[in-house]
Design a binder for this molecule. Structure first.
Ligand code: F6P
Length: 320
């Protein structure tokens, strides 16, 4: 193998740069050239790439986002788009491609695998909803961002006897909301996967209010409803003054944590080693702190990763 390629696709996250850097340096150590396509599959379709030498990936490890940039490409979803991508890869003499991204990006990688092109997937999504890995890249950094924000909000909530609804990311996934609720000591988590009863929550909050609790934090996933409606419901039923804070894209950026730097480095290095040893069509993952490989077909067909029941139970008990 003389040349490999890498791209980052879909929503960016912290730790992507660590994976790019590790993949590039592992390739170079094996006398293989690594190129990086700009803006995900869109760059692959435009044949827009840079050569990643050791120097060009220097200084990116500690930076959030992705220095190759990312995008969601509609053209790559079509059969013609995929054929064009394949033609570009072959013309540029690329022997294998590493795709870093979430479920949509990994579905794209699977499509290339079905066209018999060697690919490896690296799971990256702050939602942590990708099957067959305990953790995806970016999750830990996003959670730490949420923790910092909620700790700040708790200070002001307790100073003013207020209840805060803090909206975190997760259109279809309550992973961030449920784990952040445990780690911040929030009273409730509202998740897309679990049926929510406003009356029951207000009842429980009211009981705590009467017991003397003067403030509350409720972490809500963005896909679980309208935060302002819940805030209004609490104000009317319990009497707490309420405020809504939407954390938004703040959660996705920032210097990656140690965990994400290590995970990105491990995933990046392993991906190149797999391609060099002739393995293709798999996603690297993490299980019990060891690296795993799972066929992309299994990952994609398995659908969205389910929330862990033990974590949900814990969030409920510890919020009382
Ligand atoms: O999939 C990751 C994610 O951060 C979701 O949690 C969120 O709903 C979505 O991306 C936001 O996407 P965009 O950056 O395109 O608005």
């Amino acid at each position: 193998m003389k040349r490999l390629a890498i791209l980052t696709s879909g929503g960016d996250c912290s730790g992507m740069n660590a994976a790019i850097r590790a993949a590039a340096r592992t390739a170079i150590a094996n006398d293989v050239e690594m190129i990086g396509y700009k803006k995900g599959y869109a760059g692959l379709l435009k044949n827009d790439y840079v050569i990643l030498n050791s120097q060009s990936v220097s200084g990116i490890l500690q930076r959030g986002g992705t220095f190759l940039q990312s995008a969601r490409s509609t053209e790559f979803r079509t059969e013609e788009g995929r054929q064009k991508a394949l033609d570009n890869l072959i013309r540029e003499k690329v022997a294998g491609l590493i795709v870093i991204g979430g479920d949509g990006s990994l579905t794209g990688a699977l499509a290339l695998d079905k066209l018999d092109f060697p690919v490896i997937g690296i799971p990256a999504s702050i939602d942590n909803d990708i099957a067959c890995t305990d953790m995806a890249l970016g999750v830990d950094t996003a959670l730490n961002n949420i923790l910092y924000a909620v700790d700040c909000i708790k200070d002001t909530a307790s100073s003013h006897d207020r209840a805060f609804i803090v909206e975190v990311m997760g259109r279809n996934s309550g992973y961030l909301a449920s784990t952040a609720a445990i780690a911040t000591g929030a009273e409730f988590a509202i998740l897309p996967e679990v049926e929510f009863d406003l009356v029951d929550m207000c009842h429980q909050l009211h009981r705590r209010y009467e017991e003397g609790r003067t403030n509350a934090i409720i972490i809500m996933a963005e896909g679980a409803g309208h935060a302002q409606d819940i805030a209004d419901g609490i104000k009317n039923a319990v009497g707490f003054e309420t405020r809504v804070t939407v954390l938004g894209h703040y959660q996705r950026g920032g210097a990656p944590t140690v965990f994400d730097r290590l995970l990105g480095s491990r995933f990046g290095m392993k991906s190149v080693e797999l391609l060099l040893s002739g393995t293709t069509g798999v996603m690297v993952g993490l299980s019990a702190n060891s690296l795993t490989t799972t066929p992309l077909e299994t990952v994609i067909n398995g659908g969205q990763k389910k929330l862990n029941d033990d974590l949900l139970h814990m969030a409920e008990i510890l919020g009382i």
